[in-house]
Design a protein around this ligand. Structure first.
Ligand SMILES: *Cc1c(COP(=O)(O)O)cnc(C)c1O
Length: 390
């Protein structure tokens, strides 16, 4: 059993005496010890087994085992949300006086952790520019302990060479963390290119149906042991119910991603050269600046497409208001197509100058291509483009 689809479907927790086909939900906060000696041995870690669901649960372990195999790492541990995973990939490895180099183009709340949370404990962060490789090299200091990257980036879909950055991180003696949320292990395996830790918001493509929050961190046994201890002690464990949903969802990840990508490619072709569209961004499109890097480290271009609508902020907002089918919501990676206008929502508190630094232009529209028929997606977009003109 070594192919992605089969691993995602057939990796499963042990069957109970009922011989159920689908894995049961182990909705229990604790597990019973056979006797005092087993309780002692489990706590002493002389024996492997479940004690309490903040430490482990068969549903969580199944999800973690799948992600470990799919990402090609030694170990993985699940968390209550993607953000819990993001924080657990940093906090155990940093102390006061340390320095972090982070991509400036990252998920909004990760940005808040970098600018608001870490400095409270005297951990300084320097932002690097996804479109300027030398900015990463310049940002590294003697006390740099961690390098953080999202590729493709949020929201403008910039792609950074993971293998190249892993070398810089290794030279600095830092831990290299890659948020693989936009690509999923089906399209990209950051550990293969040298990432030490891979973080996922399971909330996005892994669930893929907009139902639950969850996160997973994957990496070496030694690193994940620290992640697990941090989560165990601070309490951001994933609910077994959500683990069950996410593990079941992985069974269909490959076919969903194939269709997300196919729809995104078709939407890109439709938007390319459209008279109301300034430019279109898609990692595998011929016009994409780092297409060679995208094609080196990704199998396909992903399910997100960005375009620049002619007419800036006001036209962008009008465009959203004139969509009939496509959802206006803060999620991505859903079966349902979702449109966002970062300049008037997620990035509206930034000054124009700050927005430019993370490549969020006034007319930037991000589409998370869903699994509806592509003709219905393009029809809705065409109608909104026409209606937003006046
Ligand atoms: C959504 C998201 C997160 C955070 O995940 P939650 O499950 O919402 O906590 C982190 N990184 C990226 C790239 C995301 O899109």
């Amino acid at each position: 059993m070594k192919n992605f689809e089969t691993i995602a479907i057939r990796t499963q927790a042990e069957r109970s005496q009922h011989r159920e086909h689908a894995v049961p939900l182990y909705l229990t906060s604790s597990f019973v010890f056979n006797d005092a000696e087993q309780a002692r041995a489990l706590f002493a870690e002389e024996e492997q087994g479940n004690i309490y669901s903040r430490f482990s649960n068969p549903n969580n372990s199944e999800l973690e085992e799948k992600i470990r195999l799919l990402e090609g790492t030694e170990s993985a541990f699940s968390t209550a949300s993607g953000m819990a995973g993001v924080f657990a990939s940093m906090a155990p490895f940093l102390k006061a006086g340390d320095h972090v180099v982070s991509s400036a183009s990252i998920f909004g709340n990760t940005h808040k952790v970098m600018t608001e949370v870490l400095p409270q404990w005297d951990i300084q962060v320097t932002y690097a520019d996804v479109r300027d490789n030398s900015s990463w090299e310049r940002a590294v200091r003697d006390n740099t302990r961690l390098i953080y990257l999202e590729t493709p980036s949020n929201p403008a879909l910039d792609v950074v060479d993971i293998e190249w950055l892993s070398q810089i991180s290794q030279n600095a003696g830092a831990i290299f963390v890659v948020d693989n949320c936009f690509a999923t292990p089906y399209l990209q395996k950051p550990a293969h290119w040298g990432a030490d830790l891979v973080v996922h918001s399971g909330t996005k493509y892994i669930d893929g149906q907009g139902r639950v929050l969850g996160g997973v961190v994957a990496g070496s046994a030694e690193h994940i042991k620290q992640v697990k201890n941090f989560v165990k002690r601070t309490g951001s464990a994933l609910s077994p119910f959500n683990a069950w949903v996410l593990s079941k969802s992985l069974e269909t990840l490959s076919i969903r991603m194939d269709r997300h990508c196919e729809n995104a490619e078709k939407l890109t072709d439709y938007l390319d050269g459209h008279p109301d569209v300034q430019s279109v961004t898609y990692p595998f499109h011929s016009s994409f600046a780092n297409r060679d890097i995208a094609q080196k480290q990704m199998n396909k271009g992903g399910g997100l497409v960005c375009f620049e609508i002619k007419g800036g902020v006001s036209r962008g907002r009008k465009f959203l208001d004139n969509l009939e089918m496509i959802s206006l919501t803060a999620n991505l990676g859903d079966t349902r197509t979702i449109a966002t206008h970062p300049a008037s929502t997620t990035h509206s508190k930034l000054t124009i100058e700050e927005r430019e630094k993370v490549y969020v232009s006034d007319g930037l529209i991000r589409i998370s291509c869903g699994l509806e028929h592509i003709d219905d997606i393009t029809e809705d977009i065409e109608r909104a483009l026409q209606r937003s003109k006046s």
